[in-house]
Design a protein around this ligand. Structure first.
Ligand code: NAD
Length: 283
């Protein structure tokens, strides 16, 4: 079983993945490009662990042991001895390809899986930026990583079954996630269903069919969803929703995935949802 893992990026997702991996007993090295971002990621992990202790979900001893398994760096060369890497940096194809090309050179064990948490980029384009594309795959976690139990496992056409098995075993048996497997198609499984659902709800608001509140109430009380599609879109971030819609529309050319003008205008107005204080609701 993999023991030494590297996490590339300590933003929202990277810090969550690092936290869960370290809690599971792995030796976790976290990388960020800039010291400031690295410090912010470290603080996010420490706060999340402190909260888990406060809520009685983690003992103080386990928190201390988890913290002792985490180390931090701004030097990617330090990943030479890693047995597996999980990347969660900004959703930008060029930047991810650059980082994977570097990782492929740096990580000495050429069978060590290099995994991307990308939500929308083809795993194949990332894999093709390396000399060992058989070890590159998608490992797509859900936000917040310490809470949501799912991981999507996405082999590219070139990925070896050995790399997939190694990464999936770590994510399930060590990190305790439930894995589902999808082909390397935009949206994988969850977003393929969820994104057009949120876009349909936005089109309903746009066309004046119903208010955001009534649509959300409908899906909560009529379909037993924990939250409605517009609350969910605000939580995901409206800019993120528009970005993923554009990528899926480009992939499939199907109007189901096209970004509704209302969503585009809200993003242009800086109404990103919960994170900006305004979306379909005020926060
Ligand atoms: P984030 O903005 O919180 O973190 C991104 C990190 O990338 C930041 O820490 C930033 O310092 C770093 N970064 C920025 N520019 C960089 C560069 N040029 N080189 C290297 N690093 C750079 O984003 P996030 O929400 O954690 O998303 C990270 C990845 O996870 C993305 O690929 C995203 O699609 C995916 N993802 C996000 C969610 C979600 O709900 N937020 C869910 C699943 C997957």
């Amino acid at each position: 079983m993999v023991q030494r893992v590297g996490i590339v990026g300590a933003g929202l997702m990277g810090s969550g993945i690092a936290e869960v991996a370290a809690k599971s007993g792995a030796d976790v090295l976290v990388w960020e490009l800039k010291q400031e971002a690295l410090d912010a990621g470290k603080e996010r992990i420490e706060k999340s662990l402190a909260k888990a202790v406060e809520r009685g979900k983690l003992s103080a001893e386990d928190r201390d042991a988890t913290l002792s398994r985490l180390s931090y760096t701004t030097n990617l060369e330090d990943f030479a001895d890693r047995e597996m890497v999980m990347e969660a940096i900004v959703e930008n194809e060029k930047i991810k390809k650059d980082v994977f090309a570097q990782l492929d050179e740096i990580v000495e064990d050429k069978t060590a899986p290099l995994c991307s948490n990308t939500s929308s980029l083809p795993i194949q384009t990332i894999a093709s930026a390396t000399k060992n594309p058989e070890r590159v795959l998608g490992l797509h976690f859900f936000n917040p990583v310490p809470v949501l139990p799912l991981v999507e496992v996405i082999p590219a056409l070139t990925t070896s079954e050995e790399a997939v098995e190694k990464a999936q075993t770590f994510a399930t048996e060590k990190m305790g996630k439930t894995a589902i497997r999808a082909k390397d198609r935009s949206g994988f499984i969850v977003n393929f269903l969820l994104v057009p659902y949120m876009l349909s709800a936005i089109r309903m608001v746009e066309q004046g069919v119903a208010t955001a509140e009534d649509i959300d109430t409908g899906m909560k009380l009529g379909a037993a969803h924990p939250m409605g599609p517009l609350t969910l879109a605000d939580m995901v971030g409206l800019d993120t929703c528009a970005f993923i819609a554009d990528v899926m529309f480009e992939e499939f050319g199907d109007p189901t995935y096209s970004c509704p003008p209302l969503l585009r205008r809200m993003v242009q107005a800086g109404h990103f949802g919960r994170k900006s204080g305004k979306g379909f609701y005020e926060y």
